[in-house]
Ligand binder design. Structure first.
Ligand SMILES: *Cc1c(COP(=O)(O)O)cnc(C)c1O
Length: 424
């Protein structure tokens, strides 16, 4: 039997795994063209043709619309900005409840707070890790205004059911698809399944331009509101003849021409970067299936998973070895495996202490809010079980990994699980 590295044996992998690299000559040329033009951003925060940005920003938006088959794409400088703009466009105001996932990057929930909304955390589905439709339904009150759904790890949420619930209660749905560009659900791209969808172009995502985001919608009024919020709405509404001025306090969420030029090149590469992720995931899932106590990621019918993160479930009761031990053993074998993902959002100090804006706890203490807030540990038992007990995650599918890299991952998992008695 091979001696585990954690017990002094030879590690399976002695060199670091390669970085995910997507930037090439195409992006370099595109950036140089922008620099040569000397116009690095053409946006003007006044009602003029330049209110909608420069040529590359607008070209990127038209290409995004064509690629994803959606009527309106509004570029922004991050997905965080995009989520904030989407919540603003949805008309969320102080005391409105916004149902959100607790198992996501923090901005998905903070977006509600920015407009004085109260995040209400529904629980996730134990197979997709996205919001569970039944849990959403249980969280709806007369104060619910919107739902922010997250296609976490690259797997789209159960959108048919979620949209049906939203229509029943007249709620706006925002799909945070930062982790799932190129994934799909019953033939439609992730990100295009709700009233608004938000993509991220930050460095760590499947495609990137440094920092950036795109909000998409088929609704022209929402598109206009997004464009306004992106670019100093308050000074533009009068000249533009905008009547609904709710949440028309504008920001500067504008993307530069440099980022737009890079993003346009990255969009051309998207499919070529998603397909290898699926191939890698399929290989890992095939090779890791059958290890006792380990469940590879599940894909729901009609779904194309984007595999931004490769997520497994671990059953410590089945192996008799705590999760932290198996993770430490795999890390010792040279595999960058993580346990859990991000802490359930409601456990952050902002929610636990209910301090967001000002010392008096706005919006949690807003007198116009008639509901009851509950951010106690235990409100989302599936999320907590996944995070604190079962989930394992790795950046194991990106397109810069070779078959040899994937084989090392498989070898290390097999070694750890076959010698698991050495960890008990
Ligand atoms: C990365 C990420 C964001 C934020 O994206 P930025 O472009 O960095 O603002 C939001 N939601 C999820 C799920 C993410 O993974």
């Amino acid at each position: 039997m091979a001696k585990l590295a954690i017990n002094g044996g030879e590690p399976v992998r002695k060199t670091p795994f390669p970085l995910y690299v997507t930037i090439g000559d195409e992006e370099k040329r595109a950036v140089m063209e922008v620099l040569d033009s000397t116009v690095l951003s053409k946006f003007l925060g006044t009602w003029s043709p330049d209110f909608f940005g420069g040529p590359r920003v607008q070209k990127l938006e038209r290409e995004w619309e064509a690629y994803f088959g959606i009527k309106h794409a509004v570029s922004v400088n991050s997905a965080t900005s995009g989520l904030y703009a989407a919540v603003g466009a949805a008309g969320v105001g102080p005391g409105d409840e916004v149902i959100v996932s607790p198992y996501t990057m923090s901005a998905s929930a903070a977006a509600a707070l920015v407009y004085g909304g109260i995040p209400v955390f529904a629980d996730i589905d134990p197979d997709t890790f996205c919001l569970s439709p039944a849990s959403i339904r249980a969280c709806i009150t007369p104060r619910t205004k919107a739902i922010i759904v997250v296609d976490i790890f690259g797997h789209p949420a159960e959108m048919n059911e979620i949209m049906a619930i939203a229509r029943e209660y007249n709620l706006i749905v925002i799909e945070d698809t930062a982790q799932a560009p190129g994934a799909s659900y019953h033939g439609k791209f992730a990100g295009t399944l709700a009233d608004m969808g938000v993509f991220s172009l930050n460095y760590h995502k499947t495609i990137h331009c440094g920092e950036g985001g795109i909000v998409v919608t088929d609704n022209p009024e929402l598109a206009e509101r997004l464009q306004l919020i992106r670019n100093h709405a308050e000074v533009v509404v009068k000249k533009k003849g905008v009547e609904n001025i709710v949440n028309m306090v504008g920001f500067n969420y504008r993307m530069t021409e440099i980022e737009a030029a890079i993003a346009a090149e990255q969009l051309k590469k998207l499919e070529g970067l998603v397909a290898p992720r699926i191939e890698a995931a399929d290989f890992l899932t095939r090779e890791l299936s059958g290890l006792p106590g380990l469940t590879p990621p599940a894909v729901q019918p009609g779904v194309r998973h984007g595999y931004y993160v490769y997520v497994m479930k671990y059953d410590a009761a089945a192996t008799g070895v705590p999760r932290e031990r198996i993770v430490a053993a795999l890390q010792a074998e040279g595999i960058p495996l993580g346990q859990g993902y991000v802490e359930p959002i409601y456990l952050q100090p902002m929610y636990q202490q209910r301090i967001a804006y000002g010392k008096d706890g706005f919006p949690f203490t807003y007198p116009g809010y008639q509901g009851t807030i509950n951010y106690e540990r235990g409100i989302c038992p599936v999320t907590e079980r996944m995070h604190f007990q079962e989930l394992l995650h790795g950046d194991f599918c990106h397109a810069s990994l070779s078959r040899g890299d994937l084989e090392d991952i498989v070898r290390a998992f097999r070694k750890a699980f076959e010698n698991i008695s050495g960890l008990a």
